[in-house]
Each structure stands twice: as structure tokens, then as C-alpha cells.
Write a protein that binds this ligand. Structure first.
Ligand code: GUN
Length: 293
């Protein structure tokens, strides 16, 4: 069994991105600039956004954090989105989700200019991705494909089972993995709450990707010997062993499943660190006008 070290790969890629940014600077180019909009004070969102800003600093990408209280109206937020769409120096921006209940996330996402949608959540980017046109690809699917590539895990002709059909992970990943493309050409099955005989489906899989948000959902008897297991879960569960009072748990029963795998991602330190790297990559693509020109 080989552990897939997402932290190490992400840190290697950040160095590569830092080099690219340095070259842009040396050639007198414009420094890429990412903005992040954070509404409210949700603990997980605060951490994610702080990590995104920190990563920008590390690689030399300019960043701007825009904060709103969770009482902000939808119109105020939409005005800010429009301002960012028009802002000449900002190449790409994200609105951290989830948003408070009185704001429609879909309205906000659709208000973002697809050319600046470095999260890849806008329907234009999703649609372009589906039909194989250049598009911003959302951070988690892009991070997983890159992680597999760096470990020479080629999904081509493999049976790939994805558990979870979210718009952010399971759905886009299922499309990307089945496309005729690098890190594609897999035979993909998407499983969800209505799937019958999940265990039977999973035990036929060469690659299992679990993106449910259900701690330790995947058990050893669902995994065939030698399978690759990618764990996208990041549930916060209570712990009296940490200062914060919680720890991150993945969707895989790691202790039991790991010995059966050829490769497995840990939580934390697997897929998580890769998502920030994907966001940085998309920011560079936006700045270089590589997706839309
Ligand atoms: N909330 C959880 N993950 C993400 C993400 O990748 N982007 C945004 N904008 N919000 C999130």
C-alpha cells in the first residue's frame, strides 16, 4: 500500500507556480490577482479562505479578501460581484460557500463573469467542461486528477466508482474521468443514496472515489484487493484529543481499508491540500487569458 501524500504534491506544485509567477514578473507582466468574498464567520469557511490567501502569498499571487457580515443582503452581495466582474486588476474571484439562507447561492454564482469564475461553478464553465471545451474546472475534481497523475495512476480503461453526486465533486469528476482526455477514458459508475447493492458495485472497482461527507462510510468489505481509494470527505468530528475540540474525518475507514489498497489518500493531507493548488492554477489561467481570450 502506498500513501498518496497530497500535502507533499501540493507543496511541490506551489513551488512550480511560484516559479511561473516569478517569470511573469521578470518579463514585466501583470501579477495575477485573486479576490475572495467571505460572508459571515463560519469556522470551516474562515479556515478555507485564510488558507487560500496564505497560499497566494506563498506563490506571489496578489490577493484581496472582502468580508461581509452574515446580515448582508443578496443585492449588496450581487453589487460586489458586479464590481469584481468589472475590476481591471482582479483576474479571478471566488465567493466562499455556503452562504446564509436568505441568499441564493445559485443567483450569486450565476452573477459571476465566467471569465473570472476560478471556482468553475458557473453553469457556463460547467457546460463547457461537459462538452470538452476549455473551461475553469472546479478545485476538487481538478486536484484529484492531478494527484492521480503525479502518482502515475492512469484511470484509462479502469472501472471507476464515485460515491456521491454533488455538483462540486462527484458529478464533474464522473464526467472528467469518462472523457476522452488525459486522466480520462475510465468506465465510470456514479453511486448515491438510491444505489442498490453498493457493496457489490464497489468491490468491482479499480478506483473508488468517496465524496459523501459521511465519516468512515467506506468499509474494507466494499473494497477489492489492490484498489485505489480516494477519500474526499472532510467531516469535523468531536475529539477530546485536539485543542480545537474537533478533528477531520474522511469518508473511508482508513485503518481497515488501507491494507487492501494499492494507493490511498489520507484525511487530512490527501485531497484537501490539492484544492488550493487548483485554485491557484485557475487564477494563473485567468490572468494569462488561457481559457477565454
Ligand atoms: N466551500 C467549500 N468548498 C468550496 C470551494 O471550493 N469554493 C467555494 N467558493 N466555496 C467552497
Amino acid at each position: 500500500m502506498e500513501l498518496i501524500d497530497g500535502k507533499k504534491v501540493a507543496s511541490d506544485i506551489k513551488l512550480e507556480i511560484a516559479d511561473e509567477v516569478e517569470k511573469i514578473k521578470q518579463n514585466g507582466g501583470k501579477i495575477p490577482h485573486l479576490a475572495a468574498v467571505l460572508v459571515g464567520h463560519d469556522g470551516a469557511s474562515e479556515t478555507y479562505v485564510a488558507n487560500k490567501i496564505k497560499a497566494c502569498e506563498l506563490v506571489g499571487v496578489k490577493s484581496t479578501l472582502i468580508r461581509f457580515e452574515d446580515t448582508v443582503s443578496q443585492d449588496e452581495l450581487l453589487d460586489k460581484v458586479e464590481e469584481l466582474n468589472q475590476h481591471n486588476d482582479i483576474d479571478g474571484f471566488i465567493v466562499q460557500l455556503p452562504l446564509p439562507d436568505h441568499i441564493s447561492e445559485q443567483r450569486v454564482i450565476e452573477a459571476i463573469d465566467p471569465k473570472k469564475d476560478v471556482d468553475g461553478f458557473h453553469p457556463v464553465n460547467v457546460g463547457r467542461m461537459v462538452i470538452g471545451l476549455p473551461a475553469f474546472i472546479s478545485a476538487t475534481p481538478a486536484g484529484i486528477l492531478e494527484l492521480m497523475k503525479r502518482y502515475n495512476i492512469d484511470p484509462s480503461a479502469k472501472n471507476c466508482v464515485i460515491i456521491g453526486r454533488s455538483n462540486i465533486v462527484g458529478r464533474p469528476l464522473s464526467i472528467l474521468l469518462s472523457q476522452k482526455r488525459e486522466q480520462g477514458n475510465a468506465t465510470v459508475t456514479v453511486c448515491h443514496t438510491r444505489t442498490k447493492n453498493l457493496k457489490e458495485v464497489c468491490t468491482k472497482a479499480d478506483i473508488i472515489i468517496v465524496a459523501l461527507g459521511s465519516p468512515e462510510f467506506l468499509q474494507a468489505d466494499m473494497v477489492k484487493e489492490g484498489a485505489v481509494v480516494i477519500d474526499v470527505g472532510t467531516s469535523r468530528v468531536k475529539s477530546d484529543k485536539t485543542k480545537s475540540g474537533w478533528k477531520l474525518k474522511g469518508d473511508v475507514n482508513f485503518e481497515e481499508v488501507a491494507p487492501k489498497c494499492s494507493f490511498i489518500t489520507p484525511v487530512p493531507g490527501g485531497v484537501g491540500p490539492m484544492t488550493i493548488v487548483s485554485l491557484l492554477r485557475n487564477t494563473l489561467l485567468a490572468a494569462g487569458k488561457k481559457i477565454y481570450n
